[in-house]
Every structure is written in C-alpha cells, then in structure tokens.
Ligand binder design. Structure first.
Ligand code: PMP
Length: 408
C-alpha cells in the first residue's frame, strides 16, 4: 500500500510566499515589487481596453457555447499566434514548416515542448537542457519533471549588472553538441537584460556550429518595448537563418490574460524537401501528448486573443494598449534611476534604464532586500529583483528613499 507518510514537505513557492507576507503587512505605505503582473498607476490590475471590447463582442454572439475546442486548440488562435511571433510573411509559414498547439499559457507550452523533446529528441542518453543563470525558476521544474537533465550557462555579470556574453558563449561552445538551449526571446526574467542584435547573431552562430537545439520562451512580446516586431526579432532571426526550433508563447502579460491561460507551442522545422510531412508527423505526436495531458485547451482566453489578433482595428487598439503598459514601465525606470541619482545613492544606476521589460535586477543584496522589507515594508524577491509594474508615481520616490537608506 502507498504509505503517504513518506511524502516529504515541499518548500513553499518563493514568490507566492512573498505575496502572502505582503498581504499580512498592515502598513499603508507597503509596496509590492514581487508581483509578476502589470499594475496601473494606482497599483491596480489593468484589464486592457481592447480585451474589454473583445469580451463584449464575444458575449453578444448568440452562438457562443461551451463545447470542447479541438485537441490542438482554436485554429483562429493558433494560426494568428504563428503570424504574430514569426511575422506575417515568415518563410516558415509560407513553406508550411511550422505547427502550433494551443496550450495552458506559456507554462503549458514549455511543458508540452519539454515532454515532446524528452520523448523524441535523444541519443542513448537524454539531451541536456541549458538555462540561463539566473532564469525563471519554474524552468528547472518544468524540464526536470519530464526527466531532462539540466545545466546552466552564465548570463548575468554582477559587476556590470549586464550580460555575461563571453561566459554565455564559451559555455554554449563547450556544451555537448545537440544540447537544448532555452533562450528568453526578450525581456529576460529575472534580469531585464537582453542580448543586442549583434550578440544574438553570435549566439546563433555557436548554436548552429554545435548543432544545439534552440527553445525560445516568449512571454513578453510587445510588453517589453511596445513594438511587437522588435520584441520578436531574435526568434524571427533564428527562423530566417533556417534553424529547427520550438517556441513557448504566452499571452499572460501582453494581453493581461494571466488567469485565462492562453498560450501556444510552436514547432518549426528546417527547410527541406520533406519539411511538410515532418511537420505533420510532429503535429500528430503533439496531439497525442496534448490529449493525455489536458485533452483540449481552455477556450475563453484564446477566443479573446483571436478576436483581437484577427481584426485590423482591434489589433491597432491592442498595439496602443501595449504602448500604454510598456510606456508606463519605461517611465518608472527613468523616474527610479533619476531619483536614486538625485539622492546620490551609492552605486551606479544606469542598469535600471538599460534593462527592459517587467523586471529589473537591482543588484541589491539579500541583506539589503530584507532590510527594505523590515524598515520600509517594501517586498521583493531575495535575489534583488523588482517588478517595475509595482512602481507608480505615488510610490517611486518612497521606494528610492528606502533603497537609499538600505544601501548606505
Ligand atoms: N516564461 C517566463 C520567462 C515567464 O516570465 C513567464 C511568466 N512569469 C512564463 C514563462 C509563463 O507564464 P504563464 O504560464 O503565465 O504564461
């Protein structure tokens, strides 16, 4: 019989533990910088105006029902998602070299991809997966749950608070050929540090030389810079270069559809005479995996995204909403940096505006992070990561002063 006594206590999820501590704090000045979701200038969740519009349109539809979606999801959603990330005129789409499955947001896409690779991409031994150090911590669990061994490549240089490009390249060069390399497409979580386009080109060169397999995680397209093409550049470049690769795409941040779990997994094969049949076989296996895991994906978030992505006017509205979110975050970066510089806070603060996306790696030590929590009721993860979305015109000065106090 199963003796449940043997089940050990698992550690609490660090981020969710932080959120609970924040909720317990009764100080009115408290600041939540752990949060991984966009907040407006009043620190409130923001339903994108275009999402409200799409929602109203859907609700008016007398034929809307709650039937199952197909196993691979809503076709209007998956095909629009391909175009969004690969570009309308992508050779991969035109040559029918891409196949896509709707998933449980980005996490589900990562899982489905990891599961697929663990089943079909191995020699005698399973392939090793490489993550950036640091990375979104869930990567470790998602890939090790399907028994893929992992290692890390250097990514963040403490001294410069910027990319450790040489460290990254030399580790990718030394990795066992054919390794799986997980890459954040843009707005790297947790550091906010992205390679430049020239650096991406060199990364692509090494991955090609070593016959590695790139696995892109894209959770912030349009949310980072406000420009969908710019934030999708790295993936489009790799596809243009003829790589076989896969992509885990999330609509949590850029549509604010966090809890609706809208996402997509894409597999792109290299250009070859039999590419179309390869893709069909891949699609057939993904369907089997999907069926056993979730049977079919949730409908509503995908319907909202598809409504917007497939309508010119709504799409333009969405781009404006992306500018609102990314613009507010970029403004907060500028405000925080200039307040810290004004205060003469010890250290350099250019990294705050050099970094991009939801998060910033401040360089604050664990001790300083805990001091900020105790003295100033500011909540952030122990690695010194702050969510820029938690800052607003009402608290950015308070936060800058708290940092100033903690580092002196
Ligand atoms: N990858 C990265 C790097 C992320 O930051 C996130 C969201 N925190 C995800 C994937 C997936 O999120 P979700 O499952 O909510 O789409």
């Amino acid at each position: 019989a199963f003796n449940a006594d043997v089940v050990p206590q698992a550690p609490e999820d660090a981020l969710f533990g932080l959120m609970a501590a924040y909720r317990r704090d009764t100080d009115p000045k408290k600041v939540d910088l752990g949060i991984g979701a966009y907040r407006d200038n009043n620190a409130k969740p923001w339903v994108l105006p275009v999402v409200k519009k799409a929602d109203e349109l859907l609700r008016k539809d007398p034929d809307l029902n709650h039937e199952y979606l197909p196993i691979a999801g809503l076709a209007a959603f998956t095909s629009a998602s391909q175009k969004l990330i690969l570009g309308d005129e992508s050779p991969a789409i035109l040559e029918k070299r891409a196949t896509s499955v709707q998933t449980i947001s980005g996490t589900g896409a990562l899982h489905l991809g990891a599961l697929f690779l663990s089943k079909f991409y191995h020699t005698k031994e399973p392939r090793t997966v490489y993550f950036s150090d640091p990375t979104w911590p869930n990567h470790f669990q998602v890939f090790s749950n399907v028994h893929l061994p992992y290692k890390t490549y250097p990514y963040f240089k403490k001294e410069t608070k910027a990319l450790d490009f040489d460290g990254m390249i030399s580790t990718l060069e030394g990795a066992e050929p054919g390794s799986i390399i997980v890459l954040h497409a843009c707005a790297h979580n947790p550091t906010g540090v992205d390679p430049t386009q020239d650096q991406w080109k060199k990364i692509a060169d090494v991955i090609r030389e070593k016959k590695h397999f790139p696995f892109f995680d894209t959770a912030y397209q349009g949310f980072a810079s406000g420009d969908l093409a710019k934030d999708g550049w790295a993936i489009r470049y790799f596809v243009e270069q003829g790589f076989e690769l896969c992509i885990a795409q999330s609509y949590a941040k850029n549509f604010g559809l966090y809890g609706e779990r809208a996402g997509c997994f894409h597999f792109v094969t290299a250009s070859a005479a039999d590419a179309e049949s390869t893709v069909q076989r891949v699609a057939s296996q993904l369907a089997i995996l999907q069926r056993s895991e979730i049977s079919n994906p949730p409908a509503y978030g995908a319907r909202i995204a598809a409504t917007v992505l497939n309508d010119k006017e709504l799409f333009a509205d969405w781009e404006a909403d992306l500018k609102t979110m990314s613009g507010r975050i970029i403004d907060m970066r500028k405000a925080l940096r200039s307040k810290l510089e004004e205060l003469g806070t010890p250290g350099t603060w250019n990294h705050i505006t050099d970094q991009i996306g939801m998060f910033s790696y401040t360089g604050l030590s664990e001790k300083q992070v805990l001091k900020l929590r105790e003295d100033s009721h500011v909540y952030m993860t122990k690695n010194g990561r702050i969510s820029m979305a938690g800052l607003n015109t009402n608290n950015v000065e308070y936060f800058a002063k708290a940092v100033d106090k903690a580092v002196r």
